[in-house]
Design a binder for this molecule. Structure first.
Ligand code: MG
Length: 385
C-alpha cells in the first residue's frame, strides 16, 4: 500500500487508507483519524426524529451476588433513534437496586415526542426537552442521550472522542471486579483475570485482609477496592486504608454509608489513598456536595442521565481538583462503548459490564491488554451483531 500516493491520489482511497491506519502505529505521512468527513456533503431530507424501544433481558455469565440477593439476569431497554435512514443506538440497564425498571422506562419513553425535532445535531435542545419531561428517570434519559449521540456522530461521520478533541491513546486500563467469596474462589477468579492491569476487589462484608491476601497470593497488579458502604468505624477505616496502601491498593470506593458525611470527610483528610464517592453521587447536582468529603467521584451513565450529563460532571469535578472514575452497570457493549468515548478524560475506568453478559448484541469498545480500546467508528462506535 503506497501512502504517499494515497495522499495525492483520489480522496476516496485516502479515506480508506487512513481508516485502516488508525489503530495501528503511526505511518509516515498519515495521522490516524485525520481525514475529511465526506467526499461530497450529503443532502439530508427535512424529517422528524423517530424513537423506538424494546425490552431486552441481559443474561449474566455468572450469578451476581450482593448482600442478601442473587440474580442471573438484568432487565434492559434497547432504544433506537432514526433520521434519514441512519440509526443511533442506546440502552437503559436496570439493575434491581436502582429506582427504575422496564415499566417506568417504557412509560417515560412513550411520553416523549422526538418528532418535534428535525435536526439530530441539536443535542442540547433535545436533551433539555427530555430532561424537562419528568424528574428522575436517569437511565431512561441516558438511553435517549446515548442513541442521540450515536446518531449525531454517524451523521457527522466521526466518533465522539475525536469530536471532543480526545486522544484515543489516553484511555486508561479498565479494572475487572473480583467479588466477595471464599479464598479458594477468589484465588481462582484472580488467576482468570490475568489479562487485566488493575483489579477491583469488593470489600466490607467479611474478612477484608483475607480477601486482599487471597488476591495477592496470585497477583501483584495494582488494586482498587469497593467497600459499598460496608465499613462502620472511621478509625478502623483509616487503619485499613493505611494497610491497603501497603498492599498496592490505589483508591477506595465508598468506604462508609453515604449519609455519614462528617466521618467520610474526616477519613478523606487523613487517608493515604483517595476516597471515591459512588453511592453518594448520582447526578450533576451531587458533585459539589462531594467536594471536601471525597477525593473523587465515580460517574455512571445510567445514574447521571447520559454523556451530556457525564461531561458536565467531569468538568465540574476537575474544576474542584477532584479525581474522576467512570463505571458502568451490567450493560451491552452499547452503553459501555458510549462511556468509553469519555474515558481519555478520567483517572480510572471500570468498564467491564459488557464482559459480564453472555448475550451482547453489539460490537464496540474492546479491552486490549487490559486497556480500553476505542473503535475507529462514528458515533459511540458500535455496530449491531
Ligand atoms: Mg461501587
Amino acid at each position: 500500500m503506497n501512502h504517499s500516493n494515497a495522499f495525492s491520489g483520489n480522496r476516496r482511497r485516502f479515506i480508506t487508507t487512513a481508516g485502516l491506519a488508525a489503530g495501528t502505529a503511526l505511518m509516515a505521512g498519515v495521522v490516524p483519524g485525520c481525514y475529511p468527513v465526506a467526499e461530497t456533503p450529503k443532502i439530508w431530507k427535512d424529517m422528524p426524529l423517530t424513537l423506538r424501544f424494546r425490552p431486552y433481558e441481559l443474561q449474566l455469565r455468572h450469578v451476581f451476588t450482593l448482600a442478601g440477593s442473587s440474580r442471573t439476569t438484568t432487565p434492559d431497554i434497547l432504544t433506537e433513534i432514526e433520521w434519514n435512514g441512519i440509526v443511533g443506538y442506546g440502552e437503559a440497564s436496570l439493575p434491581p437496586y436502582l429506582a427504575e425498571n422496564q415499566a417506568s422506562v417504557s412509560s417515560f419513553l412513550s411520553m416523549l415526542d422526538l418528532g418535534r425535532f428535525h435536526n439530530p445535531l441539536h443535542i442540547e435542545n433535545i436533551m433539555d426537552y427530555v430532561d424537562a419531561a419528568a424528574g428522575g428517570n436517569h437511565a431512561a434519559k441516558a438511553s435517549v442521550d446515548i442513541a442521540l449521540h450515536d446518531l449525531a456522530g454517524k451523521v457527522l461521520g466521526q466518533p465522539w472522542h475525536r469530536m471532543w478533541g480526545l486522544n484515543p491513546a489516553d484511555t486508561p486500563s479498565t479494572s475487572f471486579t473480583i467479588g466477595i467469596d471464599t479464598p479458594e474462589v477468589v484465588r481462582e477468579k484472580t488467576a482468570e483475570a490475568a489479562a487485566y492491569h488493575i483489579l477491583k476487589v469488593k470489600l466490607g462484608r467479611g474478612d477484608d485482609r483475607a480477601m486482599i491476601g487471597a488476591v495477592r497470593a496470585v497477583s501483584s497488579v495494582p488494586l482498587c477496592v469497593d467497600v459499598n458502604q460496608g465499613w462502620t468505624s472511621r478509625e478502623e477505616a483509616l487503619e485499613l486504608c493505611h494497610w491497603l496502601s501497603e498492599q498496592g491498593v490505589v483508591f477506595v470506593e465508598q468506604p462508609m454509608e453515604k449519609s455519614r458525611r462528617d466521618d467520610l470527610a474526616w477519613l478523606t483528610a487523613r487517608s493515604p489513598l483517595p476516597i471515591i464517592a459512588d453511592e453518594a453521587v448520582q447526578t450533576f447536582d451531587d458533585v459539589l456536595p462531594c467536594h471536601g468529603v471525597y477525593s473523587g467521584i465515580n460517574i455512571k451513565l445510567m445514574k447521571c442521565g447520559g454523556l451530556r450529563a457525564a461531561r458536565k460532571m467531569i468538568a465540574l469535578a476537575r474544576d474542584l481538583h477532584m479525581k474522576v472514575m467512570i463505571g458502568c452497570m451490567t450493560e451491552t457493549s452499547c452503553a459501555v462503548s458510549a462511556a468509553s468515548q469519555l474515558s481519555p478524560l478520567v483517572d480510572w475506568a471500570d468498564l467491564d459490564g459488557n464482559l459480564l453478559i453472555s448475550n451482547d448484541i453489539f460490537d464496540g469498545m474492546t479491552v486490549l491488554d487490559g486497556k480500553v480500546t476505542l473503535p475507529d467508528r462514528p458515533g459511540i462506535g458500535v455496530t449491531p451483531l
